[in-house]
Design a protein around this ligand. Structure first.
Ligand SMILES: [Fe+2]
Length: 468
């Protein structure tokens, strides 16, 4: 039986290679639940003969309506994106799916449905990964071997300018590789749903005349749309630039995801995830924005509360030290009993002591750019209280929030000279690893959480447990 499946699988993959620009990949979708996932794939032409079916162990069920969208329609990167819904999965159970074109199987794979609140799960958190480096490939393969249920990207999904064309060379081949192409990437996305926070490399480029295929995040990803509705030119959505034709092409491709998909939340397993846009163009002193975050976190009754965004408030690296704008949210995280905040942006690994932080006012806005007016971050001084008793081994109940920088996912590392020079670290930093690329693996099992930071060689460079 095993031999039969292997031969069958090989046949499917070989057959598939000519059909797709990008083979199928899973997403948590606009309305996540433990019984649903979305499946997307990309092809060169519009075709009505695609069909998707899935099997949870009993019979094959047709996926719900396939949505077709033209991406980057006004550029040479033009792609036809297909998007189908699996809505009758069984929480936490493996299922098979297959994609047909013209009644021929073009692709098949298996995956695990999202976990429900009473099921343990494993997630990976990592940022700054889509750089197309050899380390990006090493990290992708290590992540694949850890078999996560969910993968959370803490921003800077793709370098340099968040373009559709950049995904083509530096993202899909590495994180959604064909099995036969294991030398250049891992077949992660067909079996593991990814979620992401938007980073500056994903969202800063908004000149659609210069880069007509920019803001690919809003076109390729399918994430919850329950965050505050931003107004262009308002507190958290910069204006788009470009001709009417290019702006319309982008808006047609991104639909209602732009600009809403930057701040959102949802539950996975027994955990509540709040995902935020930490970019310097966002005014996180805005009271309405802060109220949305506070209401979202306070209203959750989940066992675990995690927050994911790009720019870390608590960073000991010399690089990006002044970009402390997210410190403004620390009192909200503390009041809402957030357990861990995952960030990236700074290309190394850092862990703080469990901590409380009281900002001294709104801080000082840093500005720069051509006109000297572009926001570059906010320095927010304040008072912190650290829990130095927590060791994650015998003392497993942290007093405060733990902040993680997991930005060593592939891009050039920052400040390797600081790793062995703790005198250069801020007092809130417990661990600082900046000489090797790494990613975070977390196992959540009821009231126990096990954290480990894994490097490109598979070594555990940091670990701790939390027990509630
Ligand atoms: Fe960043």
């Amino acid at each position: 039986m095993k031999i039969f499946f292997s031969i069958f699988f090989c046949f499917v993959i070989i057959h598939a290679s000519g059909q797709f620009v990008v083979p199928p990949y899973l997403q948590v979708g606009e309305h996540p639940s433990s019984t649903s996932l979305r499946l997307l794939w990309q092809a060169t032409a519009m075709d009505t003969s695609w069909k998707v079916e899935y099997n949870t162990g009993k019979e094959w069920i047709d996926a719900e309506a396939i949505i077709r969208t033209i991406i980057a329609s006004n550029t040479t990167s033009k792609i036809h994106l297909y998007d189908a819904l699996f809505s009758k999965l069984i929480s936490g159970q493996q299922f098979n799916y297959r994609v047909y074109k013209s009644n021929q199987i073009a692709f098949s794979a298996n995956a695990i449905a999202p976990k429900s609140a009473n099921q343990p799960y494993r997630f990976i958190a990592v940022g700054d990964l889509g750089a197309g480096t050899k380390e990006s490939v090493q990290i992708a393969k290590r992540m694949f071997s850890e078999k996560p249920d969910l993968l959370a990207i803490s921003g800077d999904i793709i370098y340099e300018n968040g373009l559709v064309s950049e995904y083509k060379t530096k993202f899909w081949p590495i994180y959604n590789a064909e099995i036969k192409d294991y030398a250049i990437g891992a077949p992660l996305m067909r079996s593991v749903p990814f979620m992401a926070a938007v980073g500056n490399h994903d969202a800063d480029t908004r000149d659609l005349d210069k880069y007509p295929d920019a803001l690919a995040f809003y076109q390729f990803w399918r994430l919850p749309l329950n965050g505050p509705v931003g107004k262009e030119g308002g507190a958290f959505v910069p204006l788009l630039k470009g001709s009417e034709e290019n702006i319309n092409a982008f808006k047609n491709a991104s639909g209602n995801r732009y600009p809403r998909m930057t701040n959102y939340s949802y539950d996975y397993g027994n955990s509540h995830w709040t995902v935020l846009d930490a970019d310097t163009y966002v005014d996180w002193t805005d009271s309405l924005l802060k109220k949305w975050v506070a209401d979202d976190i306070n209203s959750s009754t989940a066992t675990w509360k995690f927050v994911l965004f790009n720019h870390p408030g608590f960073n000991s690296a010399n690089e990006h030290y002044e970009q402390q704008q997210m410190r403004a949210l620390s009192p909200i995280f503390e009041n809402g009993h957030v357990d861990i905040v995952f960030t990236g942006h700074v290309h190394n690994y850092q862990r703080t002591f469990p901590m409380y932080f009281t900002p001294f006012g709104k801080g000082t806005l840093m500005v720069g750019g051509k006109d000297g007016k572009a926001p570059r971050g906010r320095v927010i001084n304040g008072k912190w209280k650290l829990d130095k008793q927590f060791d994650g081994i015998s003392s497993t109940k942290p007093d405060g929030v733990i902040y993680i920088v997991t930005g060593a996912g592939g891009q050039t590392l920052y400040n390797p000279e600081q790793e062995k020079d703790p005198d250069t670290w801020q007092k809130f930093t417990y661990k600082f690893v900046s000489t090797i690329h790494s990613f975070t693996v977390v196992d959540v099992n009821d009231k126990k959480l096990s954290f480990k930071q894994v490097d490109t060689k598979g070594r555990i460079i940091d670990s701790f447990n939390i027990i509630k």
